[in-house]
Ligand binder design. Structure first.
Ligand code: DHB
Ligand code: FE
Length: 267
């Protein structure tokens, strides 16, 4: 049972794929290479590895869809927080933690600067703080691996869901994020090599913020001192999402601090 939308999208997809083949005079062997790559991506994928999404991401597709979908979140002053791609390492079953918790359940063997991250969730128009909002965060460890990729990390390490308090505040401890290569041993890595591109992503923390009556926000924030801000392998960086980690004094649990307000759009 087709719909007008499916008819339109499929007709357009076929037109563009055919044009692509014609324009490049794709040979049987080249087409077969593409089929092999698709099959390889499928074989590498399971609940811990979303290779299909990685392939889309190195081609810039997830970032393009993000740009098309979320036009309101632009770079203007006083704009709502800009969106960014979800990425392949989100987990839907991340546990709630109390404000003030440390999400680094497994401390990295090497490196790892602790950060006190805090801020408010606010209505971007009225500037009113929003209590009872959910702020979910996830990040990779200093070895470049998310918890589900790494048997040496506790389950849900470096993930947490926080509810904002009466003043709209959330706060917790985490690691200063570090840059790392996206998984490089599969078809997305092969595509990057073929294109002469590096696999690195700039250091980032993922955020998913939700509040009833507001548009859910999926985004990432990036360390201003990172050297890959200008050439993220999956094209997710936006200027307004670059943040500054600053020194924190008199806190035995963290040497750095990050203040970050999330500005949501009412539905
Ligand atoms: C991708 C996104 C991430 O956040 C990450 O850590 C690794 C890869 C991606 O878009 O493919
Ligand atoms: Fe990530």
């Amino acid at each position: 049972n087709t719909s007008p939308r499916i008819r339109q999208v499929m007709a357009s997809l076929i037109r563009h794929v055919h044009d692509f083949a014609r324009e490049n005079e794709i040979t049987v062997d080249e087409w077969m290479e593409g089929v092999k790559l698709l099959n390889w991506a499928g074989q590498m994928s399971d609940e811990k590895r979303n290779e299909g999404q990685l392939v889309c991401d190195v081609l810039g597709l997830e970032s393009l869809v993000d740009e098309i979908t979320f036009t309101l979140a632009d770079e203007a002053k006083d704009a709502p927080t800009a969106t960014a791609i979800l990425g392949p390492f989100f987990r839907a079953d991340t546990p709630y933690r109390p404000n003030g918790a440390d999400i680094a359940l497994t401390k990295p063997k090497e490196g790892g600067e602790m950060v006190f991250m805090h801020g408010r969730v606010i209505d971007f128009k009225t500037k009113q703080p929003l209590s009872g909002a959910d702020v979910e965060v996830w990040q990779a460890s200093t070895n470049g691996l998310y918890e589900q990729q790494d048997p040496d990390q506790a389950e849900h390490n470096l993930r947490g869901k926080f509810k904002t308090d009466d003043e709209g505040r959330y706060y917790f401890y985490c690691l200063r994020p570090t840059p790392y290569p996206i998984p490089n041993d599969g078809p997305s890595g092969k595509l990057l090599t073929l294109m002469d591109r590096h696999p690195f992503r700039p250091a980032h923390i993922h955020i998913l913020a939700t509040k009833e009556g507001y548009r859910p926000l999926t985004t990432q924030i990036f360390d201003r001192q990172d050297k890959y801000l200008d050439n993220d392998s999956v094209f997710a960086v936006k200027e307004s999402l670059i943040v500054d980690f600053v020194p924190r004094k008199e806190d035995p649990n963290a040497s750095l601090e990050l203040q970050y307000d999330v500005k949501l759009v009412a539905d």
